[in-house]
Ligand binder design. Structure first.
Ligand code: ASP
Length: 332
């Protein structure tokens, strides 16, 4: 049986299910979300959700969605707001450089059909998310890195831009005095934007963009442009995206894991919590780093969870424009 048909049929089969108590592998009783109707009939849509309190980004995404635009355009234009904001020092122009003083940007984008594109360690281009979209739409590839990505961007008409602002340059010169490489735990160092949206047709897309860890080694790439780690979308299930210490997100293929957990019946909130717990299980005795996950399912239900208190995420839907402080693994 073809995959799509199988999923459609299994959807109909679960349509009759109501809150089914389940025993999880660790013996706790959990409850499967109530599915008394096919998921598509009670979708909350349109809706946009992003990491951190980037209200201008969700406002932009909402503008696109409300005027009937596609989720893919909403997430691209939404995250571009942060790429263009020179005061955001971990995304786009104004981002903190690597230890050699070069600003290198990572981004990826994914659409409803599972198409995706990414750029890694891209220099001199202010909107890596749009280059990632071009990789997705105009090449047979998923990822372009470094000089190749930059050359491709110029071919596509992107302009060369100096990404190192005076503020980020000054801070980098200050950092060089000690060159201590100890990532700061929370918002001060992580404000990667990951965004997910559902449009009026019920289709899901996602985007993630960052300048990565401040003062990273030259060539270091984190989770943000890695499909499955920093971002994952499955139009039949939902989407997830991450912020925080990318190495740890890559080790658990975090966003893919969360989408798969939702496929198995977990709510977005439960799936994000499980994602963080998997990371903590691999880091016994360590909780001095931050990771925040957000997720959305096909119904438009959302969730978020993090390691350290302080992570928030924004949603924009008919219900309003809301900043949600996420619950954390480490108690507040
Ligand atoms: N996840 C990003 C990275 O590891 C960093 C961040 O979220 O601030 O590159």
């Amino acid at each position: 049986m073809k995959r799509r048909k199988f999923l459609k049929n299994s959807g109909t089969a679960t349509a009759a299910l109501v809150a089914t108590p389940l025993l999880s592998s660790c013996g706790e009783e959990t409850t499967r979300p109530q599915q008394d109707k096919p998921a598509t009939t009670d979708q909350k849509r349109p809706i946009a959700i992003c990491t951190w309190n980037f209200m201008n980004a969700t406002a932009k995404a909402w503008e696109v969605l409300q005027s009937g635009g596609r989720a893919l355009d909403a997430v691209e234009h939404g995250v571009m707001v942060e790429e263009n904001d020179v005061n955001n020092q971990t995304v786009g122009k104004g981002g903190r450089p690597d230890r050699d003083g070069n600003v290198t940007l990572d981004a990826c984008i994914m659409d409803k059909d599972g198409n995706c594109g990414a750029v890694l360690a891209l220099q001199n281009i202010a909107n890596p998310i749009s280059v990632a979209r071009k990789v997705m739409e105009d090449t047979p590839h998923v990822m372009l890195a470094g000089e190749g990505a930059e050359k491709f961007a110029y071919e596509k008409g992107f302009e060369k831009t100096d990404l190192l602002t005076e503020q980020s340059r000054k801070e980098w010169l200050e950092w060089k005095k000690t060159s201590e490489y100890k990532p700061i735990i929370n918002i001060e160092n992580h404000d990667t934007i990951g965004m997910l949206a559902i449009d009026k047709d019920g289709d899901i897309a996602g985007a993630c963009t960052t300048s990565g860890m401040a003062y990273k080694m030259a060539g270091r790439v984190g989770d943000s442009p890695i499909i499955g780690a920093g971002l994952f979308v499955d139009n039949e299930v939902g989407g997830a995206t991450a912020t925080g210490v990318g190495e740890e997100v890559v080790r658990t293929v975090g966003s893919f894991l969360i989408v798969e957990l939702m496929r198995q019946g977990k709510s977005p909130q439960e799936a994000c919590e499980e994602g963080v717990k998997r990371i903590m299980a691999k880091n016994e005795g360590r909780d001095d780093f931050q990771i925040g996950f957000i997720a959305i399912n096909k119904n438009g239900d959302t969730g978020g969870y993090c390691i350290q208190p302080g992570f928030t995420y924004r949603t924009y839907s008919e219900e309003g424009h809301v900043n949600h402080p996420a619950e954390s693994y480490v108690p507040a």
